[in-house]
Design a protein around this ligand. Structure first.
Ligand code: UD1
Ligand code: UDP
Length: 432
């Protein structure tokens, strides 16, 4: 069973669902209904070649508590009825947290795709959702090494963590060629508006940016400065943002801008074509930071932290406060960069084979599909202990002699992925 709820989940889950269709006799596609507008949901099934959802829980919009509780109640009933062998959910939305809680509570195998990314920002609803997913997942499919380390830090058993890359790369690479050639009314209108000019591609939907009049006014001010400089902006607007702009009476000001093309959300193929063609992306989206890295585009992210630090390390992304002068300074900084100088560029999110890897692992590691109570009759519970290695040994020997490894630090004090051999001088936290 594949559970999806929002636009990015449909996109990032699509390669996995299509791969699943080639391997399994029956799959169930369950849409929670968290996103429901045609251009936030149905449109993606067509362009991503997906069958329609088998079930739609039709949860819709509401507070966090409303969405979580509605999904939990409806999904639990469905899971009891269908008895799936395994449930997949991707990312960090309320739909994912609810799925994780349902599966965990009734011990149904749960695979979390895009596991372990962390912003360390507990004011962000998505950070809480990601952590909830990590608590119950049987399989954690981590996109990056950093994500693996984050999971280990939270005490996740290393045997359950798999470094696969992010399925967004699969989606992007599988569609970019068709996208580049796409012709439709939206694309025609946008390119008429651009009339050959370079442009900035903008998206915004984060609670911290759009539920705040000051932030929206700063974005407007940045757009006004860009207008004076003759820079055009294409802004396919998330429904939350459209509603907030109207509610806060800023729509007239946005409409006055002649350098701005503000439209409804675009279909996936049109959108990634625009990523390919733009000079720079201005966004607070998670997936779009990864797509920028995949298509080697410069990005300015309107946040003070990101769970995608790799995009910053490779020099394609910078973070910006949502203050007009900061936004402009960061746009200038990015536009002045010569990214052709980034040598031996390697996408930190993988090579586009994440979906295959994930389903191979599910087939090979059926043994992980359930949790069993640990048998600790003599001592009652595990103890968390620290050991500094005095004699190198294989990780298997370490676990036989001491206990399950939780974290390993090298001599320099950096947390590292589980090596074949634990070397002298390493410090290991383990469950005794
Ligand atoms: C949600 C996710 C976020 C993800 C984003 C992808 C949570 C907490 N947030 O944020 O992690 O990055 O999806 O886009 O799960 N609305 C519509 N039509 C729709 C969907 C939403 O009009 O089809 C409007 C409603 O007014 C709704 C608001 O957008 O209240 C916010 O929708 P919601 O799903 O709660 O959060 P997103 O901002 O979309
Ligand atoms: N996207 C799209 N049309 C748009 C804007 C974005 O198809 O008008 C796609 C984009 O290519 C990316 C995903 O939506 O794959 C990102 O979704 P969003 O920003 O809503 O969520 P996030 O990634 O922040 O969770």
């Amino acid at each position: 069973m594949f559970v999806i709820g929002t636009r990015p989940e449909i996109i990032k889950m699509a390669p996995l669902i299509r791969e699943g269709l080639t391997r399994y006799s029956q799959i169930y596609l369950v849409h929670t209904g968290q996103h429901y507008d045609h251009n936030m949901s149905q449109t993606f099934f067509k362009s991503l070649n997906l069958p329609p959802p088998t079930y739609n829980l039709e949860v819709g919009s509401g507070s966090h508590a409303y969405q979580l509780s509605e999904i939990i109640i409806k999904l639990e009933k469905l899971i009891f009825k269908i008895q799936p062998d395994i449930v997949f959910a991707q990312g960090d939305t309320n739909s994912v947290a609810a799925t994780a809680l349902v599966c965990g509570k009734i011990n149904v195998p749960f695979a979390h795709v895009e596991a372990g990314i962390r912003s360390f920002d507990m004011t962000m609803p998505e950070e809480i959702n990601r952590k909830i997913a990590a608590v119950t997942a049987n399989y954690h499919f981590a996109p990056t090494k950093q994500a693996v380390i984050n999971l280990l830090t939270e005490g996740v058993n290393h045997n359950r963590i798999f470094l696969t890359g992010n399925t967004i790369v699969d989606a992007t690479l599988q569609h970019i060629e068709i996208a580049e050639k796409i012709k439709n009314k939206d694309i025609e209108d946008i390119f008429n508006f651009l009339d050959g000019s370079d442009f900035i591609l903008c998206t915004l939907h984060r609670q911290s940016n759009v539920n705040n009049k000051e932030s929206l006014k700063e974005i407007l001010r940045a757009f006004q400065i860009l207008q004076k400089r003759g820079i055009k902006i294409i802004f396919p607007c998330h429904p939350r943002t459209i509603k907030q702009i109207k509610k806060l009476n800023l729509d007239k000001e946005f409409k006055k801008l002649t350098n701005l093309y503000l439209c409804d959300p675009l279909d996936y193929l049109s959108f990634i074509k625009l990523i390919k063609e733009c000079s720079l992306i201005l966004t607070d989206s998670g997936g779009i930071q990864e797509e920028a890295a995949t298509l080697k585009k410069k990005c300015v992210t309107l946040r003070t932290n990101t769970e995608r630090p790799e995009t910053i390390e490779i020099g394609l992304n910078v973070l910006s406060k949502t203050i007009a002068e900061d936004i402009i300074a960061n746009i200038d900084l990015q536009l002045s960069k010569d990214i052709s100088k980034i040598k031996n560029y390697k996408n930190p999110y993988g090579d586009g084979t994440a979906s295959k890897k994930i389903l191979d692992i599910i087939e090979e590691r059926r043994d992980l599909s359930k949790y069993y109570p640990p048998n600790l009759e003599e001592v009652g519970s595990y103890k968390v202990r620290l050991h500094t290695v005095t004699k190198s040994m294989s990780n298997e020997d370490f676990e036989k002699n001491y206990g399950q490894i939780l974290m390993i630090f090298n001599k320099e004090g950096d947390a590292i992925l589980l090596p074949e051999v634990v070397k002298e001088g390493y410090s290991i936290i383990y469950l005794a």
